[in-house]
Design a protein around this ligand. Structure first.
Ligand SMILES: [Zn+2]
Length: 836
C-alpha cells in the first residue's frame, strides 16, 4: 500500500466524514471505553462478528459502570479514569475537571482533578479542599465554558479575551491551547472538563473535539448520578432534621437550652461537620440594678459594643460545644470568656449583630470553613448563633448545607417561642406551687394573736374595728419595750435574752422610733399584724429563722440611728430600709442558692439568679397585697413605688454573690466622704445621687446580714455554731438527697475546722465591710471592734486546734520513726553478725 503520511490520512478523513464517523464509532466503543472502567484487556474471541462483539462490550461496560456508580464515593476515581483516557486519546498534555457549586448564591468552579496526564496517579491529581483553585463564574475560560454551556476549542489562548493566566502564574506552566466542555444536567452546569496543550500539534482538532464530546457523555452519566445522589442525600437529611425536631418539640417540652441541646445533639449525624457550637444570647433588655451601678457611678463605660437588631447588648451567656471528630464530646460553657474558641473569630457576634449568614473561610488553626447562622424566633429576635465548623469531607459548605442548617436554626427559633410559652406556663405553675407552699406554711397573724400585743379587748374591752387610731396607738405603745432596757439602739444588741414573741414588739418599736408610724399613717393594728406575720413567715430552722430576721432589722435601725446614716435618707427611705431588713430572709429553708439549683427546686426554675433572695422579696411583696397587713397602705402611688424599688434593691443585695460587685464602688464613696470638709457637703454628695444612696444601702444590708460576726464573743460563739449547724444540715442533705460530697464548710466531719473557716470568713469578707463603715462613720466603729475581738478568739481557737493536730502528727511521726529505727538497729546487728 506504500507510505501513508499522516497528512494524507487526515485529508481523507476530513473529506469523508461518514466513513470517519463509522470507523471511530466502531473503534472507540469496545476498545477504549472498555478500558475506561476496568483495566482488563478486551479479548476478541474467534467466530464472533464485530457487531456482536460491540454489543457485548457495550452492555458489559454499562453494567460495570452501573456497579461502580452504586458507590458514589468513587466518583472521583471514575472521573479520573475518564479524563486520563481522553487525555490519551486526543493526545493532550494534561486535563482537569472543575466542579460547579454555589455559595451564598454565587456560582463558582473549583478544581477537583488537576493536571491529569496519561499516567498520573489519582492521588496526585485529586485536589484537597484546602488547596483547590476556585474560579468565579465569570473569569477565565473555565468560567466562560460554564457560562456559555458550550464546547470551547481555543487554538491560541493569547488571542482569547476570556483566558486568564492566573493558574499558569501559580503553577509555572504555559497554556497555549485549550479544549473545554461543560457537563450539563438540564440547564444546570455540573462540571467543566478541560484539556490543555495538544502534544506535537499547534492545537486541538475538530476531531479531537468530537472524541472529547463523546467521552464526556459517559462522564456526565456518572456525574449526574453522583449529583442526584448527593441531592437526594441532602433532601433526606433535611427531612430527617425537621421530622426529628418536630417530634421532639411536641413530645417533650423543656427549657430552651435543653431544647437546643436535644435537637442539636440528635441531628449531629446529619450535619456532617467536625464540630459545632451554639452560643445563646442573653435576652434581657433591661440590666439588673447592680449592673447599672458601675455605669451610673462612672466606674464603667456604658456599653458601646455591637447590639442585636432589637437593641440588646450582645452577651453570650452560654455555649454548647459539640465535638464530633474523634471522641464525641459535648461541653456546656456558662458565661463563656470572650476568648473562647468559638467566639474568638468574632463571627457569632457579627452574626448576632447583622443576622449575616454564610460560610466564611477562616485562616485560623483548625477552622477550615465555617457556616454560621442566627437562630431567630418568631418575634424576629436573634436568640442564639449556631456555628458549624469544617465539613467532614473537607469540602466547603455549600448552598445545600446552608439550606439544611437554615431549616434547623429556623426550627430552633420557632421552638424557642414554644418554650417561651411553656416557660411562662411553667413559671405560673411553679408560682402556684410556691404560693400554695407559702399559704400552707405561713398563716397570717390571727385576731387572737393580734390581741396578745394590741390588747384592746383586755384594756378597753373593744374590738379592733371599734377602736380609734389614737386609742390603739396608746395601747400598743404601752406594750412596747423601753429601747434602753433591750439595747435597741446598740450595735452589741443581743436577741438571746429576748423571747421570739418579744422580738415582735421590739420590731414594732423600731418603726415608732424612726417616726414612720406617725408620718406615714401606718394603722397600729396593721403594723402589729404585719410584724407578727413576718415573724410567722420565718421558718423554725437552725439559723435563718426569725431571730436572724429580727437582728438584721435591728442592725439596720441602729446603723441609721446610732450610726447616723439616716441623714442621707428621707424618712420614707428609712422606713423602706428597716422594713426590707426585717423581711430579707423570710421563708428561708436553711439551704443556699446552690442547693436550690442542684436539687432543681421549683424556686430555682422560677428565678435564674439570687434564687432565695428573689423569693424573700416575692414573699414580702405578696404579703403587702393583703391590705390588712399592708403597712404602706397610706402612701401615694409614687411613694409606694419608691418603697417597692428600695425593698427590691435591699433584699436582692443580701445575696453575697453580689457583695463583691459593690465593694469598690462603696469604697470610692467612703474615700470621697473622708475628704469632705463638712457634714453638709457629705450629705449633699450622697443624698443627691440615687445611685450612691442605693450602693450605701446595699452595703448596709450586707453589714446587717453579717452583723453576728461583730457581736460580743459570748453571742458570736453561739451564733457561729448555729450558722455552722445549718450548713452541716445542708451538707447532710447533699450527701443523702443529692449523693454529693459537701464542701468542707458544710461537712460536719470537718467541724473542728470551724475556727479556721471563721478566720477566713472574717479576713476575706467581713473585715472590709466594717472597716469601711468605721471609716465612713466613726459611730459605727463598735462593729469593727467587735469583729476584731472575735477574730482574736477564733484565731486562738484555730491555733489551738492546729497545735493539737501538730502534736498528734508529731507523735505519729515519732512512733513511726521509732518503729523503723528499731528495725534498722536489729538489721544492723544481724548484718554485723553475718559479716563476722
Ligand atoms: Zn440573712
Amino acid at each position: 500500500m506504500g507510505e501513508v503520511n499522516k497528512q494524507a490520512v487526515e485529508q481523507y478523513l476530513e473529506n469523508n466524514p461518514q466513513f470517519a464517523k463509522e470507523y471511530f464509532d466502531k473503534k472507540l466503543k469496545p476498545e477504549t471505553i472498555g478500558a475506561l472502567f476496568n483495566d482488563r484487556k478486551v479479548e476478541v474471541k474467534d467466530g464472533a462478528s464485530f457487531k456482536d462483539l460491540c454489543k457485548l462490550e457495550e452492555s458489559d461496560i454499562v453494567f460495570e459502570m452501573m456497579v461502580e456508580m452504586q458507590d458514589t464515593n468513587d466518583i472521583d476515581k471514575q472521573m479520573h479514569k475518564v479524563v486520563q483516557r481522553i487525555v490519551t486519546l486526543v493526545n493532550a498534555d494534561r486535563g482537569s475537571m472543575f466542579i460547579m457549586r454555589s455559595r451564598n448564591g454565587i456560582p463558582e468552579l473549583a478544581t477537583r482533578l488537576f493536571d491529569v496526564t496519561r499516567n498520573s496517579e489519582l492521588q496526585a491529581n485529586l485536589v484537597a479542599p484546602e488547596s483547590e483553585i476556585v474560579f468565579p463564574y465569570d473569569i477565565g475560560l473555565v468560567g466562560w465554558t460554564a457560562h456559555t454551556r458550550k464546547v470551547q476549542n481555543i487554538a491560541d489562548v493569547k488571542k482569547d479575551s476570556h483566558f486568564s493566566d492566573f493558574v499558569d502564574k501559580q503553577t509555572a506552566y504555559t497554556t497555549s491551547n485549550i479544549l473545554a466542555a461543560p457537563i450539563l444536567l438540564g440547564k444546570e452546569v455540573l462540571a467543566v472538563f478541560m484539556l490543555v496543550n495538544k502534544i506535537d500539534e499547534p492545537h486541538f482538532s475538530k476531531l479531537d473535539q468530537e472524541v472529547f464530546a463523546k467521552y464526556l457523555n459517559f462522564a456526565s452519566l456518572g456525574l449526574k448520578y453522583s449529583h442526584l445522589n448527593y441531592l437526594y442525600n441532602v433532601e433526606s437529611r433535611r427531612t430527617q432534621v425537621l421530622l426529628w425536631s418536630a417530634n421532639k418539640v411536641f413530645e417533650e417540652l423543656t427549657d430552651i437550652e435543653r431544647q437546643f441541646h436535644k435537637a442539636l445533639y440528635t441531628v449531629r449525624i446529619y450535619l456532617n461537620v467536625e464540630r459545632y457550637s451554639v452560643a445563646l444570647l442573653d435576652m434581657t433588655k433591661q440590666k439588673e440594678f447592680f449592673d447599672e451601678w458601675p455605669i451610673l457611678m462612672g466606674e464603667a463605660e456604658p456599653y458601646k459594643g455591637p447590639k442585636t437588631p432589637d437593641g440588646r447588648e450582645i452577651i453570650f451567656y452560654k455555649i454548647i460545644d459539640y465535638l464530633l471528630v474523634g471522641k464525641e464530646e459535648i461541653k456546656v460553657i456558662p458565661s463563656p470568656p470572650a476568648d473562647h474558641w468559638s467566639l474568638v473569630s468574632g463571627l457569632p457576634t457579627y452574626v448576632a449583630e447583622n443576622g449575616f449568614k454564610g460560610p466564611v473561610d477562616e485562616t485560623g488553626w483548625v477552622i477550615k470553613n465555617v457556616l454560621s447562622l442566627p437562630i431567630v424566633n418568631k418575634k424576629e429576635e436573634i436568640v442564639g448563633i449556631a456555628t458549624f465548623y469544617n465539613r467532614k469531607d473537607g469540602k466547603p459548605f455549600d448552598e445545600h448545607d446552608e439550606q439544611i442548617i437554615e431549616g434547623l436554626t429556623q426550627f430552633l427559633g420557632w421552638s424557642v417561642l414554644n418554650t417561651d410559652a411553656y416557660d411562662k406556663m411553667n413559671k405560673l405553675e411553679n408560682r402556684r406551687d410556691i404560693a400554695a407552699e407559702m399559704l400552707m406554711y405561713h398563716s397570717k397573724c390571727s385576731n387572737k394573736e393580734l390581741q396578745t400585743i394590741l390588747k384592746t379587748k383586755e384594756k378597753i374591752n373593744k374590738e379592733i374595728e371599734d377602736c380609734e387610731q389614737n386609742e390603739m396607738i396608746k395601747i400598743l405603745k404601752e406594750e412596747l419595750p423601753d429601747p434602753k432596757v433591750v439595747d435597741l439602739y446598740e450595735f452589741h444588741f443581743s436577741d438571746i435574752p429576748v423571747s421570739e414573741f418579744d422580738l415582735i414588739k421590739c420590731g414594732i418599736k423600731c418603726f415608732f422610733e424612726i417616726n414612720a408610724v406617725q408620718k406615714f399613717k401606718v394603722p397600729p393594728e396593721v403594723l402589729t399584724r404585719w410584724m407578727y406575720t413576718i415573724r410567722k413567715g420565718y421558718r423554725d430552722i437552725t439559723y435563718h429563722n426569725w431571730r436572724h430576721g429580727f437582728n438584721v432589722g435591728q442592725t439596720m435601725f441602729t446603723l441609721l440611728m446610732t450610726g447616723k446614716i439616716k441623714k442621707y435618707y428621707t424618712d420614707l427611705e428609712a422606713f423602706a430600709m428597716v422594713a426590707a431588713a426585717f423581711c430579707h430572709d423570710i421563708d428561708h429553708r436553711g439551704t443556699n442558692n446552690l442547693y436550690q439549683m442542684k436539687s432543681a427546686a421549683p424556686l430555682a426554675k422560677l428565678h435564674g439568679s439570687s434564687i432565695m433572695e428573689r423569693h424573700h422579696l416575692e414573699y414580702s411583696k405578696t404579703l403587702l397585697q393583703d391590705e390588712s397587713i399592708n403597712i404602706f397602705q397610706n402612701l401615694n402611688k409614687r411613694q409606694f413605688e419608691t418603697v417597692m424599688h428600695l425593698m427590691e434593691v435591699a433584699i436582692i443585695a443580701t445575696d453575697l454573690a453580689l457583695y463583691f460587685k459593690k465593694r469598690t464602688m462603696f469604697k470610692k464613696i467612703v474615700d470621697h466622704i473622708e475628704q469632705t470638709q463638712n457634714e453638709e457637703e457629705a450629705i449633699k454628695y450622697i443624698s443627691c445621687d440615687p445611685t450612691k444612696k442605693e450602693i450605701v444601702m446595699a452595703m448596709m444590708m450586707t453589714g446587717c446580714d453579717l452583723s453576728a460576726i461583730t457581736k460580743p464573743w459570748e453571742v458570736q460563739s453561739k451564733v457561729a455554731l448555729m450558722v455552722a449547724n445549718e450548713f452541716w444540715e445542708q451538707g447532710d442533705l447533699e450527701r443523702t438527697v443529692l449523693e454529693q460530697q459537701p464542701i468542707p464548710m458544710m461537712d460536719r466531719n470537718k467541724a473542728a475546722e470551724l475556727p479556721k473557716l471563721q478566720c477566713g470568713f472574717i479576713d476575706f469578707v467581713c473585715t472590709f465591710v466594717y472597716k469601711e463603715f468605721s471609716r465612713f462613720h466613726k459611730e459605727i466603729t463598735p462593729m469593727l471592734d467587735g469583729l476584731l475581738n472575735n477574730r482574736v478568739h477564733w484565731k486562738s481557737l484555730a491555733d489551738e486546734y492546729e497545735e493539737k493536730m501538730k502534736a498528734i502528727e508529731e507523735k505519729k511521726k515519732q512512733e513511726e520513726e521509732a518503729a523503723t529505727k528499731g528495725n534498722g538497729d536489729e538489721g544492723g546487728k544481724s548484718k554485723t553478725c553475718a559479716i563476722v
